[in-house]
Write a protein that binds this ligand. Structure first.
Ligand code: NAP
Ligand code: MG
Length: 493
């Protein structure tokens, strides 16, 4: 990260933060503070205490102490408390939006969308708390009835990345808390501030102390200590596939419960009978939203040969028109990438793909504007005809660069779509119902959108196939991952 442009006045303006919110109060982490950098100008503006394993212990102990009382409440009561706390956070939305933009880089508009969605998810589970029912199976034998009880697991660890710090957290927090668990979250070391404040606001809004705790720190130290902590009963993780694999290993002793929402390389197939301009808009939005840093971003486009020129031209035109700039500037449509390292990795993937024979249609590097030189900007980029074994075809591309290919027909499109280690989302554009049904049945992915943009709904289960994950979030299915069932048999003896 670049600190070279920092003046003494800017250095003095770096705000210190304790780094943890535990048992209803700020907790001073004992590790050396980690900088939080504004991606739009490369300058650190906060120094946040990093959790040591001992700080993680304190947070897990607090969550463990809070579990008894919280889990004993009626589920609808927990929903009511969470709902009231969420409304308190909502009252502070205008404070959280610029904070999220400053630490993450996304535009103010996208920060508003993210935070609103995070609160919607909390309220979705508040609603479900009134509808949860158990199972009763009468007459298993004469005079013998069966019941299925659902019990919370205990302390849940939630570990999330920096691209959508609050929505990815609330996907875990909401079902975990409504089901009666308590939570310790570790945000990404580069985006701790919105999460810490979010936690404090939930507490101020009436969530009991210790029910939700946040410890900031590095994945290697705080993350591993949290995952391996013997009191933690379940780890809910969103992040990269290699770290997900590591977490699964750390969870093996004692068969700790784990859900993993991992990387993706979502394919989009555009057939010759599609609404081509709607498909091109969806491709542009799906790839460049959040500066391309979304697990569910459209990362590979396969378009039928006969309409390819038209579609590619439209995508390129849209990419060229996107207005880049700091997330808090008026009229900006795409902010910087989150880190200098992420940008360097993307630049490397693009250049290796071009060396391998791909053709650059637009973008391919940082913008020229001098006022953007210190931020981690990268122009919206489109690459055609990259070889099938080139980096942009096989690796996850986590930034604003889109590879597009021509395919002969749906069979080839589906085969290419499935030729990936990942299986998170996918989309298909066609007006032919038989083609749509076939694609939905054959594409190996947890979501298939047909003729619509790649939006995730709280109402539907979400989770990757293959190396993209294990387990589901969202919808009622999420409760399955935060509870154990118990069969109870009652006789009349
Ligand atoms: P990452 O490196 O896997 O980090 C994610 C989180 O895990 C961070 O809080 C990180 O802390 C922590 N961590 C790192 N190493 C750890 C370890 N050994 N033990 C415990 N925790 C550890 O993810 P990223 O590369 O920053 O984020 C982008 C990735 O997330 C992409 O692959 C993207 O597709 C994926 N993603 C998936 C979904 C989904 O729902 N499937 C959603 C969004 C993003 P540090 O900050 O210190 O690294
Ligand atoms: Mg990482």
């Amino acid at each position: 990260m670049s600190t070279t442009h920092q003046t003494p006045a800017e250095a003095a303006a770096v705000v210190a933060h304790a780094g943890a919110f535990v048992a209803g109060a700020e907790h001073q982490n004992s590790g050396d503070p980690l900088p939080v950098v504004n991606p739009a100008n490369g300058r650190p503006f906060a120094a946040v205490g990093a959790a040591s394993p001992r700080d993680v212990d304190v947070a897990v102990e607090a969550a463990s102490r809070a579990f008894g009382e919280w889990s004993a409440l009626a589920v609808s009561k927990r929903g009511e408390i969470l709902g009231r706390a969420a409304r308190h956070v909502e009252d502070h939305l205008e404070e959280l939006i610029p904070l999220l933009t400053r630490e993450q880089g996304k535009t103010l508009r996208d920060s508003r969308i993210e935070l609103t969605k995070a609160l919607d998810t909390l309220m979705h589970y508040v609603g479900l708390s009134k509808a949860l029912r158990g199972v009763h199976t009468p007459g298993l034998d004469p005079g013998v009835d069966g019941f299925v009880l659902r019990r919370p697991l205990g302390v849940v660890a939630a570990i999330v990345p920096w691209n959508f710090p609050t929505t990815l957290l609330c996907n875990k927090l909401a079902p975990a808390l409504v089901a009666g668990n308590t939570v310790v979250a570790k945000p990404a070391a580069t985006t701790p501030l919105t999460t810490l404040r979010f936690c404090e606001l939930l507490f101020q809004g009436g969530l009991p102390a210790g029910v939700f705790n946040v410890v900031s720190g590095s994945g290697a130290v705080a993350g591993e200590a949290l995952v391996a902590h013997p009191t933690v009963r379940k780890v809910a993780f969103t992040g990269s596939t290699p770290v997900g694999e590591r977490i699964m290993q750390l969870c093996a002793p004692g068969v700790k419960r784990v859900t993993l929402e991992l990387g993706g390389s979502d394919p989009m197939i555009i057939c010759d009978d599609a609404d081509l301009s709607a498909a091109a808009s969806a491709a542009s939005m799906g790839r460049f939203y959040n500066c391309g840093q979304a697990c569910l971003a459209i990362k590979r486009v396969y378009v039928f040969e006969s309409v390819a020129d038209e579609v590619i031209e439209q995508i390129v035109a849209k990419a060229s028109r996107l207005r880049l700039g700091p997330g808090d500037a008026e009229g900006v449509q795409m902010g910087p990438m989150h880190t200098a390292g992420g940008r360097a990795e993307l630049a490397d993937q693009v250049s290796r793909t071009l060396e391998a024979g791909g053709s650059l249609l637009v973008g391919g590097g940082p913008p020229d504007a001098a006022e953007l030189a210190d931020g981690f900007f990268y122009r919206p980029t489109v690459v055609a005809d990259a070889p099938q074994d080139s980096p942009m075809a096989v690796e996850e591309v986590f930034g604003p660069a889109l590879p597009v290919w021509r395919v002969a027909d749906l069979d080839e499109g589906i085969a290419r779509a499935n030729g990936s280690q990942f299986g998170l989302g996918s989309s298909v554009w066609t007006r032919n119902l038989a083609r749509a049904r076939e694609a939905a049945a054959r594409i190996e992915a947890g979501y298939t959108w047909i003729n619509t943009r790649t939006k995730v709904y709280d109402e539907l289960p979400f989770g990757g196939w293959k190396a993209s994950g294990y387990g589901k979030e969202h919808a009622e299915e999420a409760f399955d991952y935060y509870t154990e069932t118990k069969a109870v048999v009652v006789g009349d003896g």
